[in-house]
Ligand binder design. Sequence first.
Ligand SMILES: Nc1ncnc2c1ncn2[C@@H]1O[C@H](COP(=O)(O)OP(=O)(O)OP(=O)(O)O)[C@@H](O)[C@H]1O
Length: 606
Amino acid sequence: MSPQRFPGAASIWTLIRLLPRVSRRRTAALAASTVLVATLPLAAAIASGLLIGQVPAAAAAGPGSPESRQAYLLLAAAAFAFVAAGLAGHAHGAVARNLGRELELLLQDRLARAVARPTGIGHLEDEEVLALLRIARQLGMDWIRPANAVHGVAAIAPQFIGAAGAAIVLAAFNVWIGLAWLLAWPAVFVGMQIEFGRIGRMVYTSSGEMRETEYLRSLAMDAEPAKEIRVWGLLDWLLDRYDRRWSERMGAHRRGEQVRPLTVLVVIGALLALTAATTLTLVDAGLSGAVGFGAIGVYAMALHALFNFSAFDEDAALTSYGALPVPKILDLERRLASQRRATGAELAPEAPQRSIRFERIGFTYPDARQPVFDGLDLEIEVGRSLAVVGDNGAGKTSLVKLLAGLYEPDAGRVLVDGADLAGIDPADWRTRLSALFQDFTRYQLTVRENITLGAPHLAAETDLVWKACEPMGIRALVESLPDGLDTVLSGQVQGGTDLSGGQWQRIALARALFAVEAGAKVLILDEPAAALDVRAEAELYEQFLDITAGLTTIVISHRYSTVRRADRIVVLDGGTVVEDGDHERLMALGGRYARAFTLQADRLAR
Ligand SMILES: Nc1ncnc2c1ncn2[C@@H]1O[C@H](COP(=O)(O)OP(=O)(O)OP(=O)(O)O)[C@@H](O)[C@H]1O
């Protein structure tokens, strides 16, 4: 077979050849069940044909004759072949599903390793590699999809009704046998669903371990961390750790995420026993002449119809797995909706006009032990520039997160012109804010989109976009890009380009500025120029103060020299304001600000 001429067939052949490498045992089981699924219906058909041929002789010879005995034996053989074909079909589906899932995991593993191996990282920006990685991330996850549960329910419901009907037909022959079948299937179904539920929950709750494996894999496969991983020579260490985690995970998968053999034995044993009892009773009734030949045929067909029901095949398993996350998602939706605070207070269109006040604020991050703020008081005057300085962990970023309503204080209030922020619609409040956070996002979108995301309705206003670019010194850079403002900022996209850290920071600053152009009244800049050198940062801040004169600006910085021109500087330490004033006042105070400023200025001078 030439792969060029039959690429689809060649891919299937490649896949089949991989199966023994996934699991020899399962591949052998799949081959065996394939043979059974193919031959058992044939055997049933042959037995049925022979039976039909035997009927005239059996009828002529009458009950109790050797001819009629042979006819009943053929009937029993046909019934067993039908039942066995049904069971083999279910087993076949289950083996194929497990093998398929393991194949996906193996492919995922092999791709992760292959992509992590090269010493360079150029291939991690190759479009074809990225496409495969995108697919690889989804592998092995298909089985937990709600769509599968819908498909499963749609398949099982008619089978269930059909099986109940068949049991009722059998009840006409023997009430106890009919009743036994009527109860047997729901019992098997519930038993298997309990088993599938156990497996599903096990996988679901092990998502923490999965996340770690996935994290290690992404360290090896993503372009961003790949740089450091290679520079630090961590590749072998990483792959070794990934391999260990992976085999632990796969080991757990093999051990626990399967239907327990005992359950399978009990279920199949019970079904076979009930089938044998039904068939023997039927044969007995036929041989004794208690039930006519035609009726026996109907009952035998009803027995066969009972085995169309899938209690332990793929549909049943996928129904259970696929349905598992649905109530969890709805529950989460309810829980998060109840966390949305009730808003009622209206902000005046021009607010804030007077002040933003932090009043006895207490705040601890969820799951953190130490509070960040315990009684913080700070009043920010509108229309002036404020700089917040302080050591690492002093609470500077937390302060602006509270201001932006990204977290709510545990105690105290944030007041905007006297109105408690807790009662104001966060969406309304945020239209008045423009913020650039320390860990700003590098959107793999066009330059224009990157800049106008704060006010996307004005994205077409090219003049406004340039107005935001110019003070940041990036107009020339943007104009030199292949598609100017419409160039995608990503090395992973054809025709796109990546930028340096400082250039990215200027783009993010332009984004903040654009939102101000679009009407934001409070500008928050958290370490806005950490990627720039000290001089560039100072220049940029000076420029910012000029552009934003009259606006409420809050700038966070480590570099004391940068913020000296701010109208007001507060020094935070351990979540409280320890110094407050303008540059001259704080220098005269001779405290923490003065010492840090002098130290940094000396270093800069040297
Ligand atoms: N998401 C979080 N969960 C738990 N604790 C956090 C979280 N973010 C920050 N913290 C803790 O809160 C404290 C204040 O952090 P914050 O980021 O506000 O400091 P910062 O002054 O901005 O520091 P830096 O100058 O290093 O950016 C620190 O002790 C930090 O460890």
